[in-house]
Write a new protein. Sequence first.
Length: 453
Amino acid sequence: MAYTGVFDLFKIGIGPSSSHTVGPMIGAHRFAMHLLQGNMLDRVASVQATLHGSLGATGKGHGTDKALMLGLSGLLPDAIDPDAIDPLLAGIRGGGKLRLAGQRDVPFDASRHIGYYRAALQRHPNGMRFAALDAQGHCLLRKEYYSIGGGFLVNCHGERLNGTPDGAPPRHVFRSGRELLQVAASSGLSIAGVVLANECGFRTEEQVRAGIAAIWNTMEGAVRRGCALDGVLPGPMAVRRRAPDLYRRLARRDASFLETLDWISLYAMAVNEENAAGGRIVTAPTNGAAGVIPAVMHYYVRFLDGTAEGIATFLLTATAIGTLYKENASISGAEVGCQGEVGVACSMAAAGLAAVLGGTPEQIENAAEIGMEHHLGMTCDPVGGRVQIPCIERNAMGALKAVSAARMAMAGNGQHYVSLDSVIRTMMQTGADMKTKYKETSRGGLAVNVVEC
């Protein structure tokens, strides 16, 4: 089983979707690199891409077509300048050609070279296929990838293609919440300490801490930009950015109890408005849920006098919880609905906050369980196929629930009836029972009952 760590669950990238933007961009880049490394670029006359299942149903609203063009151009989500995206795409559309792998121009018209199909491929609802043809129409290379949530990519055999490379097994192996508690007890380490020890099997502690600092800096930057930029979000609905107005109102006075809650909502909305605009954010563990963890961390820093060490503890603890969902269930809205995105983010954030509040491993596990228990059954029904309505507000609500979940857990002694493992199993079973139209296809729920402006 591939190791899933802090830099797998928290990836620096661009909006609006980890599964529909980040994953496809990585897949398209990977395909272009295969052509480059296989010395096939000079023979390529055209490139075709097809999107299947949820990618086919909502790919245009999620910007998947743009992600494919960027990836085929040799660009990756963690390195691209968001301000350079629109000019580059305008050049492709205006010139009718794309610089494949950043090396050679080939004809490209998104309306002809990208196909959308609602029928899913066999392995996962988010499937994509690429083909490169020569001048005679013969196929030079064909690849099939699946974007399984959080920017993770697998091939047609189910092998993970990105993330921490395979190596020696982590020092402390845990595959369930129960095992995580046992490892913490036997090792004498906190949950954050367990994850840090595992991370140090792949990189030095200095590298781990520097990477965590970079993640936090990106989260802070997303909040700052989200609070500063007025205007409307991309798309026909012309959704107005609300975070700047809310920030200006809150910044004028000291926070009361209720306004502390408003600050938490503000932080989440600022990040998710920036995500919806295609800005730089951190998948946490997905783009659609990218505002929950930064919001709770900003609450910790602003109102609880948080420290750099606490930030590391928060993210390392959240990683342990996110790993359990990733390996035992899903973080893909196309597979299990929004419970797998905002619900998982809430669970991770609740655990992280409980940890920095001084919680025991048992209290942390309880906080994570509470966070998910009250998101069970949440559908993924983006209006217009865009990560705007109801996604932005759902992040704010998820952040508030995470704070409540952590505080409830801290009020107890860690003993509780429903285990984290039980709630993870229930989430996956609920997702399996959920109709496809409620799982990021924009064919049910609010997506069909709200008229687009």
